[in-house]
Design a protein around this ligand. Sequence first.
Ligand SMILES: Cc1ncc(COP(=O)(O)O)c(C=O)c1O
Length: 388
Amino acid sequence: MPMDDSTMRSALFDTCLGREDTDSLKWSRYRGRDVLPMWVADMDFRCAEPIIEAMRRRVDHGVFGYAVAWPADYEAVIDWVGQQHGWAIRREWILWLPGLVPALNVACRAFAGPGEGVLTFTPVYPPFLVAPTFSGREVVKCPLRQERGRWGFEPAALAEAATPQTRLLLLCSPHNPVGRVWTRQELLEVAQFCVERGIILCSDEIHCDLVVEPTCRHTPTATLSAEIAERTVTLMSPAKTFNLPGLNCGFAIIPNEKLRQQFLQAMRGILPHVNILGYTACRAAFTRGAAWHRELIAYLRDNRDYVYQAVNALPALSMGPVEGTYLAWIDARGLAVEQPAKWFEQAGVGVSDGKEFDGDGFVRLNFGCPRTLLEQAIERISNAMATR
Ligand SMILES: Cc1ncc(COP(=O)(O)O)c(C=O)c1O
């Protein structure tokens, strides 16, 4: 008997996998304690069957020498980016990467000199804040603004933050942690500013395939105009979308030959090759993962709606609408506690501490998990709230 959509979705995502006794970074943090881990951005879902099958076949071959991208790997990326985002990219623009965090660090070394500025919008995924400092570049922070719950750029703040020494912008699009899928107009304003000031854009689009709000659409920064494409390094990966972050496979798309060479020069001898299983998983995800991906988005959308309503119904907590990512950025300042993340942990829910994102008083909760787990987390938070 054919399964209807909700039965299929439930079969794919409702199972609690039991990761407590595995090598999971997410679950090992609270091993032996009754705390639900809802921090680091990896999802508690088994990955798509076609990916597992492809990896199984690759493992059965039994030889694990150095790997190189296969023409089919490039085609998989080109087709996926074309179909999902309407961006026609060329094979020679693609540089394979063993992770996007290393790529943020490479971008700082490639496009800013020692002591020069690297701009970023805060709050933001912590590696954006520390990557510049690791190579002696200066972090230039431009705060995002929240208006009626919704986060946005403030053009005046951008002009105020940037200095003549600012060389690079690390842009997070969609934005982790605030969950915005930037509109074309918002991106244009930021990118146009970079054109005027001669700033290179590094656009981390790792969450681009996780748009949960049906009225939003991701715009790759480099598609805004030919001029903007010429100064943009785009970072993408199947890691978040297909829950493969432990396989270390991503890529940069750099249309401008000069920037590509600068980036390559800065990564040479430092970044390792992508490993065999990473290539295999990436190819399988992009060529045979579309059906799983569609179901995932529907499941995450339901989780998003649930968490949004539940959090905003609680006294002392609030969150804005999540358009993309599976991360809720919760304003916990109303708790009036010194360390909100500790308060959540004591309630039995392990969240990311907003302080690390330059968002004091906030916490980030990962809702990429079976619904029952999410309901338990909300129940624990409600109970702790009721007894405080
Ligand atoms: C914006 C952003 N960039 C990069 C990463 C991590 O990338 P990788 O695991 O490929 O280094 C994350 C993970 O959460 C992220 O949110």
